[in-house]
Design a protein around this ligand. Structure first.
Ligand SMILES: Nc1nc2c(ncn2[C@@H]2O[C@H](COP(=O)(O)OP(=O)(O)OP(=O)(O)O)[C@@H](O)[C@H]2O)c(=O)[nH]1
Length: 173
């Protein structure tokens, strides 16, 4: 399922496209989505070992396809059901260490506060990564070709941003 959602912050608003992947998605489909994503939430239920295993598998897939730079937040859900716990605290902490990413322990059933915190954290990471990639050194200019004179850094940042947006859109459909 693909959802759209607008998050309004104090300084800006962001339109999100959120893809809810399925457990048994074919690997080619999953790979296509992982290439498209600007960030990823790895969510598992503390009462469901299979969902934790799926998060571990997805972690390997993310590293393979996107390397360590894709913004990721790990979320363990259903903390209101700790009496039925099937995934230990240590297992969650180990996965967090392997991913080297923030981890949130929430209960969606108890309200939206945890979900909002998770989304805000992911957006911070995505913005940080975007700024990093836009401010990376640009390829050297060929000034021997007429019209290829040096352009401003802002010009290249805008160009890279547009390219990224267009790529995200075209990969969606
Ligand atoms: N007690 C409790 N139940 C929850 C919580 N979060 C989700 N649920 C319930 O768990 C069930 C599954 O929730 P979904 O949102 O469909 O989870 P999902 O991971 O998308 O499940 P799939 O559709 O199988 O992929 C629903 O009955 C939810 O109401 C939680 O934090 N606590």
């Amino acid at each position: 399922m693909l959802y759209t959602h607008k998050m309004v912050g104090s300084r800006d608003e962001v339109n999100l496209e959120i893809l809810d992947t399925a457990f048994d998605m074919p690997s080619e489909t999953l790979e296509k989505h992982v290439k498209w994503a600007d960030g990823c939430l790895l969510i598992y239920s503390v009462t469901d070992k299979d969902s934790f295993q799926a998060a571990c598998t997805l972690k390997d897939c993310l590293f393979q396809l996107r390397g360590p730079d894709l913004p990721v937040v790990l979320v363990s859900n259903k903390h209101d059901l700790l009496t039925a716990r099937a995934v230990t605290e240590d297992e969650g902490a180990n996965l967090e260490g392997e991913l080297d990413c923030p981890r949130f322990q929430i209960s969606v059933a108890e309200g939206q506060e945890g979900v909002t915190q998770v989304m805000e954290e992911l957006l911070v990471l995505i913005k940080r990564e975007l700024v990093k990639s836009l401010s990376a050194p640009q390829p050297a200019q060929d000034t021997s070709v007429p019209g290829m004179e040096k352009k401003s850094r802002l010009y290249y940042m805008k160009k890279a941003f547009k390219k990224r947006v267009v790529r995200s859109r075209s990969d969606t459909f």
